[in-house]
Design a binder for this molecule. Structure first.
Ligand code: WTA
Length: 647
């Protein structure tokens, strides 16, 4: 945080970029922004006119049941129609939608017309298996084209997809499948990661073993040259390629109501139970379309590449829906950035002449560590715009990205947003905003941010809040409307949306994101609730209690440190540590492993029994300990600190 408070460098967009940009120059941004705030309904209605509607809306925004807002009520539309059919009707069917590259180097180029065909076929296959509008379908796939095809096929028939990132464990699949009462799971026999085949079907089998709601498991074959042991359960399991072999190519898009559920995406909060974030049709459609168009300044000849996984919101909005609605060509890459070597990403940019590149700060920090030589021998001259997402970017990484990747020519859009917001909220406008390293800068159209105290007073540095509803916002938490209201709207009596981030406004009015103000930690851009780890640890018979905190991490942005108290008689040893790590692997997934696990006989608590996380963070960051006089037993922290320094 200190590092960004002293950052005053400013980088205006190059005039060549400004000249061609959709939003050209600061005055243009300001004029459109003020229109979007003063008359949001006209602003959003005009944006929606670019898209296809079976039936137009009666009202743009309905606030009568706030915070259950309705957008474009009365309209009927379909996201897959707007991502596919619309471009074919406009004569762009032959344009490449996806340049796909597998980790081993296999490739597929898929035009919009072919993608449309594949989506229609798989949609028909799903219908033939009995999937109906409104039913939930879980998708647990590697980054193969069938992932995007499955998502779009669900949208086409009105099935609600819930994509589960393929790094999650069997237990996590079970929780999500049961919470959403999934009727079908789409998975693969495997997927490549750093030269190895991840065997996904086995994880799904374990995850859904006791889930009576699951009637079908559809399996995409990835392991053609790499035999994967993939037992198929008769009556339940079917190969994707068999199902699409004999169905019709014609599948009219379902006419969806504006507030029909489009997808659920589970994300972490402050309790042990992930939330099924609900996104609906029309508002998300318009918001994902418009943010993509303006923030990536998309043009017909662009080749776009977002390195996120479709398992996260970034992939939903900025690989599938927002990008495809804009009809551009994009690269989708299956594997790791350092396979077969650390130059892979730059090789892909060179090969496909990528013009827009969107990645996470954690990846940028890893590239910096791997050294400039991987970059300097590649031709990156096709790039014209860079973006980052998922966590704050430190100025040093920003400058490296700007110089090494962007040749000081490409604007960088540092986009702040969330699973809940559906799309970009704070971000530079690439042809208008002078950027500052590490700063998310200004609001997108229609977004009105304020910085508040807990009591709701406006301040320079405090808690970020959003004043008005916007079309891409979440519509609820699946099965738990009360939790939706409590989590996002109660903090300031329903007047503002509470995202859970701290922020500061600088002398230019720019907003700097200062990280989470709750117990959510951002590890390599993966959002993890500390309570999720804690609830896994306490399932161990020898664990009495645990507290997990986030600390700064050089590459990952943040890392997790776990403090665990163990019952008397159990040794604080390596075998116990291994048991706990394998419980995290099983309960959440390997990506949630803590950096360190520390054992102690007790945790620092106030006299009323509340764990003092602030002190645990101080210990984990190696800081001087603050005031310990309110502790019930001050010797507890001393013991922990000694242990921390020793290890
Ligand atoms: C953090 C990812 C600073 C933030 C799209 C937010 C960021 C959480 C940025 C959402 C950014 C995301 N600068 N912090 N540009 N982008 N965050 O739901 O804490 O996976 O609340 O959505 O990531 O994470 P989520």
């Amino acid at each position: 945080m200190e590092s960004v408070s002293h950052e005053h460098r400013k980088f205006p967009p190059a005039s060549a970029f400004v000249k061609r940009a959709h939003i050209s120059g600061e005055d243009a941004y300001k004029a459109l922004y003020s229109k979007s705030i003063q008359d949001p309904e006209t602003f959003w209605a005009e944006a929606a006119e670019d898209l296809h509607w079976f039936n137009k809306w009666d009202s743009v925004l309905d606030t009568s049941d706030a915070p259950f807002f309705k957008w474009f009520d009365g309209s009927r539309t379909n996201l897959s129609y707007n991502c596919l059919d619309r471009h074919i009707e406009a004569g762009k069917g032959d344009k490449i939608a996806i340049h796909w590259e597998g980790e081993p180097g296999d490739t597929r180029d898929i035009s919009y017309a072919q993608l449309h065909l594949e989506v229609c076929r798989f949609a028909n296959a799903m219908k033939a298996r009995g999937v109906k509008k409104g039913e939930r379908v879980a998708i647990y796939l590697p980054m193969v084209p069938e992932l995007a095809i499955s998502v779009l096929a669900c949208a086409r028939i009105g099935a609600v997809h819930t994509v589960i990132f393929a790094g999650f464990s069997a237990d996590s699949i079970r929780d999500r499948v049961l919470d959403s009462e999934t009727r079908m799971v789409i998975t693969g026999d495997g997927g490549y990661r750093r030269g190895k085949m991840l065997e996904l079907k086995k994880i799904v089998d374990e995850g859904v073993a006791d889930c009576a709601c699951v009637k079908d498991v559809i399996v995409v074959k990835r392991g053609d040259d790499h035999p994967v042991d993939c037992p198929m359960q008769a009556g339940r399991d079917a190969w994707y390629h068999d199902l699409v072999a004999d169905v019709s190519d014609v599948c009219p898009a379902e006419e969806m109501e504006a507030e029909d559920l489009l997808f659920l995406l589970y994300t972490s909060g402050t309790t042990g139970k992930p939330k099924g974030i609900m996104h609906t049709t029309a508002g998300y459609q318009v918001y994902s379309y418009l943010t993509s168009k303006y923030i990536f300044d998309l043009k017909n000849d662009d080749v776009y590449w977002c390195t996120a996984d479709v398992g996260w919101i970034t992939g939903h909005t900025y690989i599938v829906y927002g990008i495809m609605q804009n009809g551009v060509s994009q690269v989708i890459y299956e594997g790791a950035p350092n396979h077969p070597d650390e130059g892979r990403f730059w090789e892909i940019i060179e090969k496909y002449k990528v013009s827009i590149f969107y990645t996470a700060p954690t990846a940028i920090r890893a590239f910096m560590k791997w050294g400039d030589n991987w970059v300097t021998n590649k031709d990156l001259s096709s790039l014209r715009l860079l973006g980052t997402v998922g966590e704050p970017i430190n100025p040093e990484a920003w400058i490296w990205y700007h110089k090494m990747i962007g040749s000081e020519r490409c604007p960088i859009v540092d986009t702040w947003w969330q699973t809940e917001t559906g799309g970009h909220m704070l971000t530079p406008m690439p042809g208008a905003t002078a950027t500052k390293p590490g700063c998310a800068t200004v609001p997108f159209f229609g977004v009105e941010p304020v910085i508040l105290t807990d009591e709701g007073e406006e301040v320079e540095a405090g808690i970020l809040a959003i004043k008005k509803p916007w079309p891409g916002m979440l519509r609820g938490i699946y099965g738990d409307p009360q939790r939706y209201q409590d989590t996002y709207w109660c903090k300031w009596d329903g007047k503002y949306y509470f995202p859970g981030d701290g922020a500061r406004r600088d002398e230019d009015g720019y907003i700097w994101i200062l990280g989470r103000v709750d117990d959510v930690v951002n590890v390599s851009g993966h959002r993890i609730g500390t309570a999720e780890l804690e609830s896994v640890f306490v399932e161990h018979q020898d664990v009495a209690e645990s507290a997990v905190v986030g600390i700064p991490h050089e590459i990952k942005g943040q890392g997790l440190i776990a403090f665990v108290t163990v019952i008397d008689g159990r040794a604080h040893d390596e075998p116990l540590r291994q048991e706990l790590i394998s419980m995290i692997d099983k309960g959440i997934g390997k990506f949630a492993r803590p950096e360190r696990i520390l054992f102690s006989s007790d945790l620092p608590k106030t006299r009323s029994g509340k764990i003092m996380r602030r002190l645990l963070r101080d210990i984990a960051e190696g800081k001087e300990l603050g005031n310990t006089t309110t502790l019930a037993d001050p010797s507890v922290v001393e013991e922990l600190q000694k242990q921390y320094l020793k290890a």
